[in-house]
Design a protein around this ligand. Structure first.
Ligand SMILES: C[S@@+](CC[C@H](N)C(=O)[O-])C[C@H]1O[C@@H](n2cnc3c(N)ncnc32)[C@H](O)[C@@H]1O
Ligand code: SF4
Length: 431
């Protein structure tokens, strides 16, 4: 287990700027109450509040990235008028009310979209969270950053994910829009410069790259580009996708159990076998892992697992690489632009309430939410989805399994906690 001291010293800047953010940070790092209260083992589907709350402000976007489930080649909105897609978006006031409600339990607030920077009120919302001592992150394609970097730095945002996938020509093939690479590079450089001159040297900046067939041969080269930008972290993540067959199986299963419109996951149907060179991908990943980078390298699960096999990931999408049980319905909540609440960012198809009808408190443990948690508990994972279990979720999953193993009837969370911490210190569970 390697603890990246340099990176954690940078994280401390968040606390230096606002010491009250200690609670959301502890909650995020440990899994909060889920860590010691054993909610996934309860028979009633009740959960303590989520650790992460994602706010999908709007679907509106200025790009059409090939792999995007919304606006990409197979995206569900690709042929739809954006005004039509966005006509039910919540007002700023309604979102602030939601932030008021969730701020009570100090979650990490992650802004996403669509493109968050396209929304006039995005900085107002980030400031609103910062004033409530919540940690905030935002994912952006960064193409609008040249003129907005100053505002991002001033807003009090803690963590910025800049999406950029490949060197110029390839990136422009993936992130389709007007000179998307050059605009993003200019914007990120400007933000690094302004951030480094600022008093607290925040936000932390992570370039986030998605592995698709277009960039499969240039991943190492991309690392070099990221290094030149002087950012703190490079995140490398496999493209989330499904096949038509796997989608049909999931759809059937979900329809058998729930009355839902299985829409969003459809945008991820993709035939990846066409054009992927698995040997090339293996070589690129090895080169990236063997190299010493100036930034912190963050390989997202399952890229970071020892037994990871590209062929299996792309050719056998019915076989899941991640271990059950899925903890998202306990730890994560996503607000959709129209106020729907869902448990999964890529599959917000199971909606368990809407903020226009009820407040967060009365939705989080309502019958619909509880039914889904119990369903997930029996099925383990239903969604035929690959590679999206983060380090933190793995820790929680392992913790739950340790607790389960300890003896569910005795409900002995302290012993589970001690064993789990021991395993973490020994590096069995990656931190
Ligand atoms: C949906 S976007 C929304 C925020 C913003 N528009 C952006 O691109 O950063 C959030 C992240 O999801 C990534 N993404 C898009 N399609 C994906 C896919 N099929 N699999 C994995 N990540 C994907 C984007 O590259 C981005 O890093
Ligand atoms: S910029 Fe983000 S939301 Fe827009 S198309 Fe690309 S991935 Fe999708």
């Amino acid at each position: 287990m390697i603890v990246d001291t340099n990176y954690y010293l940078k994280v401390l800047r968040i606390l230096k700027r606002d010491p009250k953010k200690i609670w959301p940070i502890i909650r995020l790092r440990t899994g909060g109450e889920h860590f010691c209260k054993n909610y996934p083992l309860r028979n009633d589907g009740i959960s303590s509040p989520p650790v992460t709350v994602a706010i999908r402000r709007s679907f509106r976007c200025n790009l059409n990235c090939v792999m995007c489930g919304q606006w990409g080649e197979h995206g569900i909105f690709k042929d739809t008028d954006p005004d039509e897609v966005c006509k039910q978006d919540l007002t700023t006031r309604e979102i602030k009310k939601f932030i008021d409600d969730v701020s009570e339990f100090k979650p990490y607030i992650y802004f996403t979209g669509g493109e968050p920077l396209i929304n006039d009120d995005i900085f107002e919302l980030i400031r609103y969270c910062s004033d409530k001592h919540l940690i905030t992150g935002m994912s952006s394609n960064s193409t609008m950053l040249e003129s907005l970097a100053n505002e991002v730095v001033d807003s009090g945002l803690d963590y910025f994910y800049a999406s950029l996938d490949a060197p110029k020509a390839l990136n422009d093939d993936i992130r389709k829009g007007d000179e998307s690479f050059q605009h993003a590079i200019n914007g990120i450089k400007k933000m690094v410069e302004l951030r480094d001159k600022s008093r607290n040297k925040l936000p932390l900046i992570q370039v986030q790259s998605i592995v698709v067939k277009e960039n499969q041969g240039s991943l190492f080269e991309m690392g070099k580009i990221v290094e030149d930008l002087g950012v703190d972290v490079w995140g490398l993540q496999l493209c989330v996708f499904t096949t038509q067959e796997a989608f049909d199986t999931s759809k059937k299963m979900m329809e058998e159990h729930f009355d839902i419109d299985y829409l969003y996951w459809k945008g991820f149907i993709n035939d990846f076998d066409d054009g992927l060179d698995y040997g090339l991908l293996e070589d690129q990943l090895k080169m990236i892992k063997d190299h010493t980078w100036e930034f912190r390298l963050r390989l997202y699960n399952p890229l970071n697992t020892n037994a990871f096999d590209f062929r299996k990931y792309f050719l056998e999408p019915g076989v899941l690489l991640t271990d059950p049980p899925c903890m998202y319905p306990y730890a994560f909540c996503q607000m959709q632009p129209n106020g729907d609440l869902a448990f999964c960012g890529s599959q917000p198809d199971y909606v368990f309430g809407n903020l226009k009808d009820n407040d967060f408190q009365s939705i989080w443990n309502n019958q619909k939410a509880r039914n889904f948690r119990l369903f997930i508990r029996i099925m383990g994972r239903i969604l035929w989805m690959r590679g999206m279990v983060s380090r933190l979720f793995r820790v929680r999953i392992t913790m739950s399994l340790v607790m389960l193993w300890m003896n569910p009837r005795m409900q002995c969370p302290m012993l589970g906690l001690i064993i789990g911490t021991g395993l973490m210190v020994m590096g069995v569970i990656p931190m």
